[in-house]
Design a binder for this molecule. Structure first.
Ligand code: FAD
Length: 580
């Protein structure tokens, strides 16, 4: 732990307030690329609160970019069906996604303290990422060059387990640090957001839910009848049952409005509720908590050099398991942009696209989660019977059931037209602003790599069976080189160059030649209207900047224009933000 005061003030690239999942992911993304980062976390000791239980393939792909995916995925259960069931557990409909479009399983159940502990431990490898625990954000000032953050000593709240105890002024021990940018990842009650006077818009849902986290006393006993994730659609009170790794299990009970918190948290009440589903004697109760939830989004995510991410920027009802996942997406979207701006490869205006890209996606996740909550929680017996009948009918129509089974109702990683960094979507640019799939690709030695391992951390120019540098002017090529762009040729399965006539025999070290052995990219190119010779310019976060036929000079010119490296007039920038 490092202690800093105003007379000993190094300039950090980024100061992160809060070390929950969003702050941890951002620290990894920035730390991995060598940025000097300081994290201010109010809890003196890591304890970890079990809240999130689920994450998806897009987030694991982000963890892959952060260099921690294999480590965190070891602690997850994956490819587990998610079902709607009757109150006795008989399935009505199952969500069993197939395929791995992002190179990772779509359904992953986790135990949040394990995830956070792993992420926290792995941060230790970065000497340039400093963590100040037991320090709480107090206030900040910002100017044209950076931000000064004032922080005070904190005893923490045991991650919400105990009341906050405001300190008398003389015990506050106020200190400061200075950074070029500050990111508030300090959760739903964000003090950074409050300080910036940013308002939340949306809804609070008053219905109380009781969360009970259990752990099996003996891994063999008590859960054989509950192998999958269940939404019990019980009009008398819906219940969520969630398998978790290492003998953990979560139940969530929707309470009747008006039931007191004290009554619900009583051991005999909990025992009675649990007894309907498991033998309580086989379990240790790790935590019980009554909570309500929110569907809220901050109206501004950036104020000058200060940005908000994770629950500080949006709060999502937990039904789709997307609250933490949205924060992980924020961290990557913002992280690569901060890296490019701080290294001088992009103008500061790039940061304005953080909110415009992430805002609508986060909001869509809130909307779909709220719909799911409403579907699961129907109390009216007639409406509940209609829902069950509808789900049964859907099972009889395979093409429609597939939409449900494969989760096609989930908002896609696709930015809103006109609001993203990239070429506007049109007939020759159908995939612009969307996340490119990540198949396994085969390199020349016959082994496979995930696509992002080949595409690297920066931009990538990918040719469909052609050298993507073909036809590029020297100016375009040198601009792409200055960004650290990787060049890749993806051959269709069985279509590598071969034969003794006219085929160059030696590798060009500047080009990565790979084969789409599972033919997963062919339909993706075809969908965009490219049978061959397509070129894709990928952003560092693997979203498509733009596409072209053979010659990509125009793409590069547009990239250079949008990166806008001209110095900005900072005074104007400090208070500017994008309205959405
Ligand atoms: C019952 C429940 C179930 C959920 N299930 C899921 C799920 O399955 N999947 C999913 O994706 N999401 C789920 N969520 C949501 C998920 O837990 C949150 O979205 C996620 O934890 C938010 O991460 P964060 O890093 O933004 O904020 P937090 O996890 O809240 O972390 C904020 C950090 O900032 C610190 N901090 C706060 N104030 C200050 C300050 N002033 N100074 C310094 N540090 C400060 C805190 O101590 C904390 O460490 C669930 C939530 C609940 C309640």
């Amino acid at each position: 732990m490092e202690s800093l005061n105003r007379s000993d003030e190094p300039l950090y690239d980024v100061a992160i307030i809060g070390l929950g999942p969003a702050g941890l992911t951002l620290s990894h993304i920035l730390g991995r690329r060598g940025l000097k980062v300081i994290v201010i976390e109010k809890e003196p000791v890591f304890y970890g609160n079990a809240r999130a239980v689920y994450t998806d393939d897009e987030c694991l792909r982000i963890f892959q970019a952060a260099g921690v995916a294999d480590d965190v995925h070891k602690d997850m259960m994956f490819d587990i069906p998610v079902q709607f069931t009757y109150e006795d557990g008989t399935p009505i409909g199952q969500y069993i996604p197939t395929g791995t479009p992002n190179g990772w399983p779509i359904v992953n159940f986790l135990y949040q303290p394990y995830l956070e502990t792993k992420l926290s431990e792995k941060l230790g490898k970065y000497d340039h990422v400093k963590i100040l625990r037991g320090r709480e954000f107090r206030s900040l000032t910002q100017d044209e060059e950076g931000v000064t953050v004032y922080h005070i000593a904190s005893e923490g709240t045991g991650y919400g387990q105990k009341q906050e105890n405001p300190k008398p002024k003389e015990e506050e021990d106020e200190r400061s640090i200075r950074a070029s940018f500050v990111v508030g990842c300090d959760g739903g009650r964000s003090k950074v957001r409050e300080f910036l006077n940013v308002k939340l818009k949306g809804k609070n849902f008053p219905e109380p839910w009781l969360v009970v986290d259990l752990r099996q006393k003996n891994l063999e006993l008590g859960l054989r009848h509950l192998p999958y994730f269940n939404f019990y659609c019980d009009p008398n009170g819906p219940v969520v049952s969630c398998p978790q790794p290492d003998g953990h299990h979560r139940f969530e009970f929707r309470l009747k409005t008006g039931t007191s918190k004290e009554y619900m948290e009583r051991p005999d009440t909990i025992r009675k509720l649990l007894s309907k589903h498991v033998n309580p004697d086989h379990f240790e109760i790790k935590r019980r908590l009554v909570y309500t939830f929110n569907g809220l989004v901050a109206d501004r995510w950036k104020e000058g050099r200060v940005l908000l991410a994770g629950d500080a920027a949006h709060m999502t009802p937990q039904f789709m398991g997307q609250g933490m996942s949205s924060g992980i997406r924020d961290a990557f979207n913002l992280g690569w942009k901060l890296i490019e701006v701080i290294h001088g490869r992009a103008g500061e205006r790039l940061l304005e696209t953080y909110q415009t890209e992430r805002y609508f996606h986060a909001k869509e996740m809130i909307q779909i989660s709220t719909i799911l909550k409403d579907v699961v929680s129907l109390e009216n017996k007639f409406l509940a019977a209609m829902r069950d009948g509808f789900l049964r009918a859907v099972r009889l129509i395979p093409s429609v059931y597939k939409i449900f089974q494969e989760g096609k109702f989930k908002p896609k990683p696709k930015y809103k037209q006109g609001k993203y960094f990239g070429i506007p979507r049109n007939s020759s640019n159908r995939h612009a602003g969307t996340l490119m799939p990540q198949p396994d690709l085969q390199i020349m030695d016959g082994t496979n790599r995930k696509m992002d391992q080949i595409a690297g951390d920066s931009y990538a120019l990918i040719g469909q069976g052609i050298d993507p540098r073909k036809g590029l002017s020297e100016k375009s090529l040198s601009f792409l080189n200055s960004l650290g762009t990787k060049y890749i040729t993806i051959y269709e399965k069985g279509k590598r160059p071969q034969g003794i006539r006219g085929v160059v025999r030696d590798f060009d070290p500047g080009l990565n030649e790979v084969e789409d052995i599972y033919s997963l990219l062919k339909p993706w190119f075809k969908e965009a209207g490219y049978k061959k010779n397509g070129v894709v310019l990928l952003r560092p976060d693997k979203f498509v900047f733009g596409m072209a036929k053979s010659n990509s000079n125009k793409l590069v010119e547009e990239l250079e224009r949008q990166l806008d490296r001209r110095p900005v007039h900072r005074a104007a920038q400090v208070r500017s933000f994008v309205q959405v």
